[in-house]
Design a protein around this ligand. Structure first.
Ligand code: ATP
Ligand code: MG
Ligand code: MG
Length: 350
C-alpha cells in the first residue's frame, strides 16, 4: 500500500494519521520534537530538524506524497522535499499563508475584503500606518504567529513605540481593528480533479487568543452562509489547492472580512468528526490521495470545546455526559495554554 508523509506530529498530524489508517494508508511523520502526539499512530516517526538534509531525503524517499499539519516548514526543506515527492497542498498555498503580507495581498488581489493593513518595520512607518489606518489597531508579526502570539493591540498612537518594541525587530503588519459581530470559519476542501466541498461554517469563540469553542450551525443569515462558502471556494480555486483549508472570517454589518487562512486541517473543523459522515481529516487524506471528496453535509448540531491545560482534568465528568465525544491527544503534561484534547457535544437536529 501507499505511504503518506506528514510534516509535523502534533494533534493534527495524529488525527490525519488515524484517518489515513482508516483508508488503508500507512503514515510516516517528520517532527523535530521528540515523542509527538502522532507517534502513537504513525508507522514511522523521523525525529530530526528541518535543517537535516539527509533525514529529509530519507523521509521523502519512503513516502508517496507529502502533506503537512504545520505551515511554517522552512523554505529550504520544502525545496528539497518537493524535488523528490509531490507536496499537497502546493507550495504557493504555503508561501501565501506563511507570510501575513503575502496573504493579505493575495486575498485582496482576488477581490476579497481584509482588514486595512500595512507592512511596518520602523517607528516612522508605524506612525504613518496608524495615521492612515487609525486606532484601535493590531500589530502582528508577519511570520510565525499562532494562538494570538506575536500580536499587540494599539489603543492609540501613544502605544506605538511600546508595541513596536514588543515585535523585537521582526517584520510586522499593522491591521485595522475589525469590529465584528461574530467570528466564523469555513473548512473547505478541493480535490485533485478540482472539485470543491465545503462544510457548514462554524462560529468561533476565542479566549486569550486561543480558540475555545466552535458551534455549528453558526448564527448567520442564509446570504452570509452562502457568501462564506463561495468566498472559501474562490480562495481554493485561485491557489489550485489540493487538500483541506481553514478560512477564518469576521462577520460585520458591511459583509464578511477574511482574517487569515490555514493551508491544513483546522482546529475549528474538529466538530466534523462527529457531525459529518466524512470528517475534515478523512477529507484531507482523500484529497491528497486523489480520491473523490465527501460532500461535507452535516447530520447533527455540534459544539466543539477545546480542552486547554487543566481543562483536561474535567474529562472524567465529561465522560458521564451521554452525547460528548472525547478526543484526547495523548500529551503527558498539561501546561497552561496547551491544547490537550477536545470534546464534541452532539445534538441531533429536530
Ligand atoms: P491562529 O491560532 O488562529 O493561527 P493567530 O495567532 O494567527 O491565530 P489571528 O487569527 O490573526 O491570530 O488573531 C487571533 C484573534 O484575534 C482572532 O481570531 C480575532 O479574535 C482577533 N483579531 C485578530 N486580528 C483582528 C483584527 N484585525 N480585528 C479584530 N480582531 C482581530
Ligand atoms: Mg494564524
Ligand atoms: Mg487565527
Amino acid at each position: 500500500g501507499s505511504v503518506i508523509g506528514i510534516l509535523g506530529g502534533g494533534q493534527l498530524g495524529r488525527m490525519l494519521s488515524v484517518a489515513a489508517a482508516r483508508l488503508g494508508y500507512r503514515t510516516h511523520v517528520y517532527e523535530p520534537a521528540a515523542n509527538p502526539p502522532a507517534a502513537h499512530v504513525a508507522e514511522r516517526v523521523v525525529t530530526a530538524p528541518y535543517e537535516d538534509a539527509a533525514a529529509l531525503r530519507a523521509f521523502a524517499e519512503g513516502v508517496d506524497v507529502i502533506t503537512y499539519e504545520f505551515e511554517n516548514v522552512p523554505t529550504a526543506a520544502l525545496d528539497l522535499l518537493e524535488s523528490l515527492r509531490p507536496i499537497r497542498p502546493n507550495r504557493r498555498a504555503l508561501a501565501v499563508s506563511q507570510d501575513r503580507m503575502l496573504e493579505k495581498d493575495f486575498l485582496s488581489g482576488i477581490g476579497l475584503t481584509t482588514a486595512p493593513y500595512a507592512a511596518v518595520t520602523t517607528l516612522t512607518e508605524l506612525e504613518a500606518a496608524l495615521a492612515r489606518i487609525g486606532t484601535p489597531a493590531i500589530l502582528k508579526t508577519t511570520r510565525l504567529g499562532y494562538d494570538g502570539k506575536g500580536q499587540v493591540r494599539i489603543a492609540d498612537v501613544s502605544a506605538a513605540e511600546g508595541a513596536l518594541a514588543a515585535m523585537q525587530g521582526a517584520a510586522s503588519v499593522l491591521e485595522g481593528f475589525v469590529t465584528f459581530t461574530r467570528e466564523v470559519s469555513v473548512i473547505a476542501a478541493r480535490g485533485l480533479s478540482g472539485e470543491v466541498a465545503a462544510y457548514d461554517p462554524g462560529e468561533n469563540v476565542h479566549v486569550d487568543g486561543i480558540l475555545s469553542t466552535t458551534t455549528v450551525p453558526a448564527t448567520l443569515t442564509p446570504g452570509q452562509r452562502t457568501d462564506a462558502v463561495l468566498l472559501a471556494a474562490r480562495i481554493l480555486n485561485a491557489l489550485d489547492y489540493v487538500g483541506v483549508m481553514g478560512v477564518e472570517l469576521f462577520v460585520t454589518p458591511a459583509g464578511l472580512v477574511v482574517n487569515e487562512i490555514a493551508p491544513r486541517v483546522h482546529n475549528s473543523g474538529h466538530w466534523t468528526q462527529n457531525g459529518c459522515a466524512v470528517d475534515q481529516f478523512e477529507q484531507h487524506i482523500r484529497a491528497i490521495a486523489g480520491w473523490p471528496l465527501g460532500d461535507g453535509s452535516r447530520h447533527a448540531d455540534v459544539v466543539m470545546e477545546n480542552l486547554i491545560g487543566d481543562d483536561v482534568a474535567r474529562v472524567p465528568q465529561i465522560a458521564r455526559e451521554p452525547n460528548a465525544a472525547i478526543h484526547l491527544y495523548g500529551k503527558a503534561e498539561a501546561r497552561p495554554g496547551r491544547k490537550m484534547g477536545h470534546v464534541n457535544r452532539v445534538r441531533q437536529p429536530a
